[in-house]
Design a protein around this ligand. Structure first.
Ligand SMILES: NC(=O)c1ccc[n+]([C@@H]2O[C@H](COP(=O)([O-])OP(=O)(O)OC[C@H]3O[C@@H](n4cnc5c(N)ncnc54)[C@H](OP(=O)(O)O)[C@@H]3O)[C@@H](O)[C@H]2O)c1
Length: 270
């Protein structure tokens, strides 16, 4: 069982990140929350005694090194970071650019790629540098929240699925690059969970899927399973590579089984 004590959650103002903050806090962990919405950060800080707060906009790439420096200066004992921030935009490459119907504007494409992919990859560099300096031989955790849709895509979410798929591959490569360090690089692949992620387009998605609105998993229940998953270690003492259940678990296991032997030829461990 791995046990981390000081956890920075990037994207903790709602949904999965907020619930991770609440549950880790109730387990007695030092939690540091972040996100863009200051009112949400203030409200959570008032509810969770002793929680650390740092406002971070993952899209502000130039500010990320300074923000991570700030977090580690305030809490040098950070031993786990969960990069959870993400957005989802319904985009349709057949739409006309004349109304609000999912036309893929450059602004929306850029926003989604920066939040879901570029930001996390820059954050990874900053966090790894801190871990290697502050915990050269002690265990630490760097976890990324991808999605089952990174492996099995959905037609309405072209950029979202592309970013999550890319983040999935990035996580695999990072884990291989860091194999001789004490840093566990973990991918969390949520199934469909009831959060604010799709409030703007859940009805439209349901309509396009034939009228049926899928039932999302309750966030509390889902996060309980993530916390259990992040405590599972492998034979080498690191945290298990993939924290997934349900359909994402089926997808990731099938992917590892099908491509693992080929990846071995490139000295890559899936
Ligand atoms: N819910 C699902 O069904 C599902 C399934 C698979 C994967 N996921 C992934 O799970 C993660 C959490 O999503 P959720 O479902 O919990 O949705 P959510 O309730 O919308 O939460 C998203 C979180 O990301 C933060 N965030 C978004 N843009 C940000 C930015 N530029 N800078 C910093 N923080 C930012 C938000 O904070 P601010 O708005 O305050 O910045 C919020 O805390 C995402 O990566 C999502 O893709 C969710």
């Amino acid at each position: 069982m791995a046990s981390f004590q000081t956890i920075l959650i990037i994207g903790a103002t709602s949904g999965i990140g907020e619930e991770l903050a609440r549950q880790y806090h109730s387990l007695g962990k030092q939690v540091i929350i972040s996100g863009r919405r200051t009112t949400r950060l203030d409200t959570l800080a008032a509810q969770l005694l002793g929680v650390g707060v740092i406002q971070i906009d993952v899209q502000d790439l130039d500010a990320l090194p300074r923000k991570i420096d700030e977090a580690f200066t305030m809490f040098p004992e950070i031993d786990a970071v969960i990069v959870n921030a993400g957005i989802q935009i319904l985009l349709d490459y057949t739409a006309d650019n004349n109304n609000n119907n999912g036309y893929p504007t450059t602004a929306n494409i850029t926003k989604e790629i920066t939040t879901n992919l570029t930001g996390p990859t820059v954050l990874a560099r900053c966090i790894i540098e801190h871990f290697r300096a502050s915990r050269p031989s002690q265990a630490s955790l760097l976890a990324f929240v991808t999605s089952g849709l990174g492996l099995v895509p959905a037609t309405m979410l072209p950029i979202y699925c592309a970013t999550k798929s890319a983040l999935h591959y990035f996580t695999v490569i990072l884990r291989n690059q860091l194999k001789d360090t004490p840093i566990s690089v973990v991918e969390i692949l949520p199934p469909y969970v009831k959060t604010e992620l799709d409030v703007a387009h859940a009805d439209e998605m349901a309509k396009r899927l034939g009228g049926q609105k899928p039932q999302g998993m309750p966030v509390k229940e889902y996060v309980e399973s993530v916390i259990k998953g992040l405590a599972v270690t492998q034979a080498d003492g690191k945290i298990q590579k993939y924290v997934a259940e349900g359909l994402p678990r089926v997808a990731v296991e099938a992917w590892v089984q099908a491509l693992g032997p080929i990846a071995q030829m490139l000295h890559m461990d899936l």
